[in-house]
Every structure is written in C-alpha cells, then in structure tokens.
Ligand binder design. Sequence first.
Ligand code: C5P
Length: 213
Amino acid sequence: MASLVIAVDGPAAAGKGTLARRLAAELRLAHLDTGALYRATARDVLAAGIEPNDAEGAAAIAAKLDPASLADPALRSEAVGRVASVVSAHPSVRAALLDYQRNFAHRPPGGAAGAVLDGRDVGTVVCPDATVKLFVTASVEARADRRVRELEAAGGPVDAGAVLADMVARDERDTKRSAAPLRPAHDAVVLDTSGLDADEAFEAALAIVRARA
Ligand code: C5P
C-alpha cells in the first residue's frame, strides 16, 4: 500500500523541523529530519579527520552511517552545521543517503501509515511522488533572528552579525550547488513564515495538508 508522504523543504531556520515534527505527531506519522543525516555525516567526517572537501572520503563515511546515532545532541552545533553544508554538496554523499530516506518514506518505522520528511530536496529528489509538498521559507533576517534567539536561550554569547553572515553563506551554498540545489518543487505549496509564530505556522501547514491528503 502506498503510504502518505509529506515533504517539508526549505532553507535553514525557516521553522520546517518544528513544523514537520508537529505535523507528524498530529497525524500519527513517522518523522525524519533528513538534515540530521548530513549533520551526522559531518560529525563522523570531523571525527575521522577527513577533509570535508574530500568527496570520496565523505561518501564512504555516509555509506557507513549508523541511523541510531541521529539523535546525538552534538549534531546541533554550528560547527557541525557548517561542515554538513559542505559535505552535502557532494553528489556521492547525497547518493549514499538516498536509499535510507526513500525506505523511511515508503516503509515508515513502527507501522505508521506514512511519514513526514523535512530537508532541502525531499519534494524534488528524494520523494518526487510525495502526497503533499510544503516549501517553508522566511526572510534571511527573520531566520537569522530566530537562530540568534535559539543560541541565546542555549546560554552562549551570540554575535548576531556573524549568525546573519553564516545564514547568507549557507543559503548561497544550498541554492547554488549543482547537486540537488534548494528550490521549491513545481508542485510545492510555499509557506512564508516571516510574520507567523510557531502556532500560526503549524495551523497554516495543517490546513494545506488537510486540503490535499
Ligand atoms: O537542516 P539542517 O540545517 O539540519 O541541515 C544541515 C545541512 O545539511 C544544510 O545546510 C544542508 O546543506 C544539508 N541538507 C541537504 N539536504 C537535505 C537536508 C540537509 O543538503 N535534505
């Protein structure tokens, strides 16, 4: 039986992770944060002392990734995020992570009736046949501001200018790379969360899903 697949794509800090988790909980679907696969690859690349620009070395690490390690809190660090953005530009790394994502979508764990996957290329590459595709975005300033507040809440001193510059650089890499660049699928519904709080964004996303699933 074909499962219900909801693709939630968008740039960094657009709020897609929170949205995807809430949609999955509300609709009793499995959830996969596909960015965690790239972050875990980055963590393992760093730990192995491999140069992030070494596509072959990074792809070998991606092929050996242990899905049980995706909940590691170390994956959330800015340093790991930066390296994730570099290793994810290698087509061989993306290819190594494709089967895991497709299997998760089409045979969700725990017998769930479907899955919500969030990332950059779920609607365009991983699951072009997804039931519903959302492209969640917000202005780069709104996203940098959210990231600054998250980092402040985590207790560190925060350089807001550096966070904005990093966000601009990451957008640039994610949208300009030749392998699976970040862009909305032609049949995605674009949801701009710049002026919305988390609850408003969730309600808007749920209405879009309910109208289509
Ligand atoms: O979403 P998150 O910030 O955790 O993703 C980390 C990095 O992984 C992103 O900067 C992006 O380059 C990459 N990524 C990707 N494709 C995905 C998910 C994430 O290239 N589907």
